[in-house]
Design a protein around this ligand. Sequence first.
Ligand code: B4P
Length: 190
Amino acid sequence: MRLVLLGAPGSGKGTQAARLKDHLQVPHISTGDLLRAEVAAGTPLGLEAKAIMARGDLVSDEILLGMLEDRFSRDDTQSGFILDGYPRNLAQAAALDALLVKLGTPFDAAVQLEVDNEQIIARLAGRAQAEGRADDSPESVRHRLNVYDQQTAPVIAFYREHDQLTVVDGVGSLDDVFDRIVKAIGREQA
Ligand code: B4P
């Protein structure tokens, strides 16, 4: 299964991808996690990304594509993958398409987790308290939601127009949302 998980910040992508990887037995590729690892390691890339992420902006397409090409060069993605957090704008959607064509592995499904903004703000306020992530501050969350509307919503529209999108209700318990996703992609059985 080659799955692209889409949705606003705080819609549950990372949370569900962590469960789906065990169920589907494929690697979870989170561009947010890859970037946070660079920041934590203090690499030049991480130093460049740190402030951009803290304000809730998107890191440059070039950096993301380089990271993704590097990650997809590993053998484990041949069995499939769950891509979480990418693409976030139309240029990234085109770059992903080109990369997967080159690898001969088009994705099987693009799933959008749909959650209203009120719920998102509450969730990220909870995570700000629990984990203290800089980009979960109220100002950053507001900005991330604007960035999502302006840059990522067109990706959703593009996949919808091309009949490549499955929308899943992301509100409810973690189990309920998980059950809806595996049903939507026809993988209730592992
Ligand atoms: P991400 O790491 O992708 O962060 P995110 O959008 O907040 O989603 P995440 O997956 O972490 O949270 P989740 O919804 O699971 O991106 C962070 C930053 O990295 C971006 O702002 C950007 O700067 C940069 N970046 C990443 N990818 C990029 C790209 N492609 N291009 C450029 N820049 C990029 O969970 C949120 C909270 O909700 C958690 O506390 C969770 O416990 C809770 N939750 C989840 N499901 C729930 C449910 N059903 N009910 C209640 N709470 C729930």
